[in-house]
Ligand binder design. Structure first.
Ligand code: TRP
Ligand code: ZN
Length: 889
């Protein structure tokens, strides 16, 4: 038997409205893997029975791609050709028995699997990635999340090459086989969809620990890594135990197997994967060491470990009916991991960082050619829909439910959801339905958040009537058209407000004239904005207020309010909401930056706004408890965020204006920055504690100002910090400042020394790549090309691609958008190569090119020409879908 003949058609979309329950269900799945790098044999025995909701006549169709079928049998009877149909994507049996055991044997080629979906080899280690549709590259199967089965998996491999053989659940049998082979059989008692299947085999070593659950069960915890990484697992293990405890205390969720395993893999498309009992991680999302990982990396590990662990309930026990419901598990799980990180560290800083990310990257996605609802209604390639909209906006929607219901009612809704749907594959309606049921709220209008793409804009205005002691707050909402949807309906938004007294600087008591508004406020602490325009009347106010709106960023919207600069400076000092205090500073800086961008474009001399200088001086000299928040407050809006605010992006003017503000602040406040720098040195050994991280970020922000003017003092401090070699956070911060400066005489030897010292550690080399190619100097593009030939670089490894190419195209705006088009050409060349090697990564890395509409005509033409050049290639469905949308947009 042979491989199926290729079909030659354009990729077709799948529609949510076409959903049908499966024709068959699988009650139990038995798998046997005989591992070999280019010739792995997979035997599958599926216990199948007609699905109760299916018409009796429907054929049995199994997904299967890139499989070489060797044998097929039903209830022990071999099928002959003609008794089944095979094409490039599926195997069909037309008149199947209502209940049967179907046995197939296929051969796959893991060593040449550069797409990293299904079974592949990474550094000699076998591993799997099955979400979303990778299992069909392992065996013929109804590869859809609403088919849930128990699994028994036997893994066979060479004893010396593959001493460790892992799969989901519990090991039940192991033994020796002829020809130097051995086997282990694993059983997973929890029915699961195929996307949660995992297998790992290789020369791995483990670190072990234990966790006792709230009902007193002992769970074995293991982290499996390559031997050289055994000293980099401590933080991940600590994070895992903290996550298990937090999910018990916060959501009442207990772990349900006797063991929980994490494996670190070098070649991985995303951050990590929540396979039942056997999470597989990108090594960048699990390994840390003070000398090799920055504070940001430590925090990422903590967040990703938590995220994958939390999926055990939000995703695995209760899973998605179909992939359109992806945000059901991802939005909720991101919301849960954000809550965990907020509790472990500084809550306002976590919110500031998440919102910064949302407002730059997700808002840009939501207004661009690939904009889509949190629940899309069609897709060509599902892996293209693991987006910021599904994850981050999806989390914001869950957060809005929390605001509307209040935490306690929200928690009741969560309990009901997990209880009612345990072991089932469900929809977003099922989740929101639980929230409506426990709260009595009508959430029909709220459901539009899932079906309507685009970021809503709120225009707010306010009036204080001194005689009546009233404040009238009017909110108008509008969602601009997106490429996929011209007409938009009003949304149901929770708006958290405070009124800050202009005399007292304190929050005034909120009393609403309308009893329904007041009742809503009492319930969740928020105003409910449902109409296109609504006025809220606050009474009993004996001083004029300044409104603090959308506190904690209570809804993912763009808020406009005609704040004066003095009002913003006032809120920056007085608002009790940490997030809005930060946001007031960002708004104040944005007003100054707007003026400077205009000045740059008009060739007028730039003048610094003294109110920004005064605000920064107060920040630097007022003692504060929360140094992490202060570090955020001292950080100017990023070039990407500033670009989001411009009608036509002028990358050079933005860069010039931002650098001017930074340098002006450094000249005016040099002593204050120096004092902060010196006061926050840490003598103690490195710890990834909230306190130390806060101090380091504050100190390194100060250093970035001092270095921005490149005087002898700043350069000397950066050089000293680099040479002190205390921890990677400080070393990388100092090295980045040196490399991004014009001081090649100092930067080059440091860069060289660093590169040689860490040549053996790919995750450190990734940082070495990124920090060089993000330098603003005009040689950055040449460096990218030069480094692509470096022995530590490979287009086959997604982390390398992200560190070198991704960093350049995403973070080096002045150089990527060079007017000679060389930046665009470089990206297109890479996309064309990656389209053949790893379509999933190709379709992601292309993103900056799809945003051509945001730029001037000359750049638009250059970017479109590169998109056309890509379109002329023989494209994967992944790249095809993105390029078609980008060029249609
Ligand atoms: N479910 C994974 C998560 O925790 C996402 C993921 C990991 C993924 N690897 C993937 C999605 C590969 C698609 C393809 O968010
Ligand atoms: Zn996830």
């Amino acid at each position: 038997m042979s491989q199926a003949a290729p079909t030659n058609e354009k990729p077709q979309p799948t529609y949510l409205s076409d959903y049908q329950p499966p024709a068959f269900r699988v009650t139990h799945t038995e798998l046997k893997f005989d591992l070999d790098p280019s010739n792995t044999r997979v035997t599958a025995l599926l216990h199948l029975e007609r699905h109760p909701d299916s018409d009796p006549g429907r054929p049995l169709t199994l997904n299967g791609e890139k499989l070489s079928l060797q044998r097929i049998a039903i209830d022990g009877q071999e099928l002959q050709e003609g008794e089944y149909r095979l094409d490039e994507k599926s195997l069909t049996i037309d008149n199947p028995p209502e209940r049967m055991r179907l046995e197939t044997e296929v051969v796959v080629d893991p060593a040449s699997n550069t797409a990293l979906q299904g079974l592949y080899v990474s550094n000699g280690m076998f591993c799997t990635q099955c979400e979303a549709e990778g299992f069909r590259r392992i065996t013929f199967y109804p590869d859809r999340p609403d088919v849930m089965a128990t699994f028994a998996t036997t893994v066979i491999g060479d004893k010396t090459q593959l001493p460790v053989l892992l799969s989901n659940g519990n090991p039940v049998e192991r033994g020796e086989l002829p020809n130097g082979k051995h086997f282990v059989t694993w059983e997973d008692p929890h029915p699961k969809p195929s996307y949660l299947f995992a297998l790992v085999a290789g020369q791995l070593e483990k670190v072990e620990d234990h966790f006792t659950t709230m009902s007193g069960r002992e769970v074995l915890l293991q982290i499996w890594v390559e031997p050289q990484n055994l000293d980099k697992t401590e933080h991940a293990m600590r994070s895992l135990k903290a996550s298990m405890k937090w999910d018990e205390e916060t959501y009442g969720r207990e772990y349900d197997l006797d063991r929980f395993m994490i494996v670190a893999v070098d070649d991985f498309n995303m951050g990590a994967m929540e396979n039942k009992g056997l999470n597989i991680f990108n090594s960048a999302a699990v390994l840390t060491h003070p000398q090799t990982a920055t504070d940001a990396a430590f925090q990422r590990v903590e967040g990703v470990v938590a995220h994958e662990y939390f999926h055990n309930w939000s995703g695995n026990r209760v899973t998605c009916r179909d992939w359109f419901q992806l945000s059901l598990k991802e939005g909720f799980t991101v919301f849960r991991d954000q809550g965990f990180t907020a509790d472990m560290n500084s809550a306002p800083v976590k919110r500031i960082q998440d919102v910064s990310f949302l407002r730059t990257a997700q808002f840009a996605e939501d207004s661009g050619p690939t904009a889509h609802p949190v629940r899309p209604d069609h897709y060509i390639e599902i892996t293209n829909f693991y987006t910021l909209t599904i994850y981050e906006k999806g989390s914001e929607i869950v957060r809005m439910l929390r605001h509307l219901l209040g935490w306690e009612t929200f928690r009741k809704g969560s309990d009901l959801y997990f209880e009612r749907f345990d072991g089932q594959a469900v929809t977003i309606e099922d989740f929101v339905g639980c929230m409506a049921e426990v709260s009595g709220l009508d959430l029909d209008q709220f459901m539009r958040w899932y079906s309507q793409a685009g970021t809503p804009e709120i225009d707010a205005s306010g009036d204080y009537d001194y005689a009546k002691g009233e404040y009238h707050l009017t909110l108008r909402q509008r969602t601009p058209a997106t490429a996929d949807q011209p007409d938009k309906q009003p949304l149901h938004l929770p708006v958290k407000v405070g009124l800050v007294g202009t005399k007292s600087g304190e929050d005034l008591r909120l009393t609403l004239e309308d009893p329904e508004d007041q009742a809503n406020l009492d319930k969740g602490g928020v105003l409910h904005l449902r109409q296109e325009e609504q006025t809220f009347i606050f009474t009993g106010l004996d001083e004029a207020p300044i409104p603090s709106l959308l506190r904690g960023f209570s809804a993912p919207a763009k808020l406009r309010f005609p704040y004066g600069r003095d009002e913003l400076a006032f809120l920056l000092m007085h608002d009790v909401d940490g997030f809005n205090r930060w946001d007031a500073g960002q708004r104040l800086a944005m007003l100054a930056l707007d003026d400077l961008i205009a000045a740059h474009r008009n060739g007028v001399e730039k003048v610094m706004d003294s109110r920004v200088v005064d605000a920064f001086r107060s920040l630097l000299t007022t003692p504060t408890e929360d140094k992490a928040v202060l570090a955020e407050m001292l950080t100017l809006p990023s070039e990407a965020y500033i670009a989001e605010q411009q009608p036509v992006v002028d990358v050079d003017a933005i860069h010039a204006a931002r650098s001017f503000v930074k340098q002006s602040l450094a000249y005016a406040l040099r002593d204050e920055f120096l004092a902060i720098y010196q006061a926050n040195q840490i003598e103690a050994a490195y710890a990834p504690s909230a306190g130390q991280i806060a101090q380091r970020s504050l100190k390194n922000v100060a250093l970035s100002y001092l270095m921005s003017i490149e005087d002898e003092q700043g350069v000397a401090l950066a050089q000293q910090q680099f040479e002190a070699d205390h921890n990677m956070t400080d070393v990388r911060a100092a090295l980045t400042l040196l490399v991004h400066s014009s001081r090649g005489d100092i930067a080059d030897p440091a860069l060289k020394a660093f590169g040689e010292k860490w040549a053996h550690d790919p995750l450190v080399m990734d940082q070495w790549f990124s920090l060089q190619v993000t330098r603003p100097q005009s040689d950055a593009l040449d460096r990218v090309k030069y480094l692509m030939a470096h022995p530590a670089f490979s287009l086959k490894n997604p982390n390398r691609v992200r560190a070198l190419i991704g960093a350049f195209v995403g973070q080096n705006r002045v150089n990527f958008h060079r007017l000679d088009g060389e930046g665009y050409k470089l990206l297109a060349d890479v996309v064309i190569e990656l389209n053949k090697l790893n379509p999933e990564i190709a379709a992601r890395i292309i993103t900056p090119l799809t945003r051509w509409q945001r730029f001037d005509e000359q750049r638009q033409a250059l970017m479109k020409a590169e998109l056309e050049r890509i379109r002329a290639e023989d494209l994967s469905p992944n790249v095809y879908e993105v390029v078609e949308k980008a060029l249609a947009g």
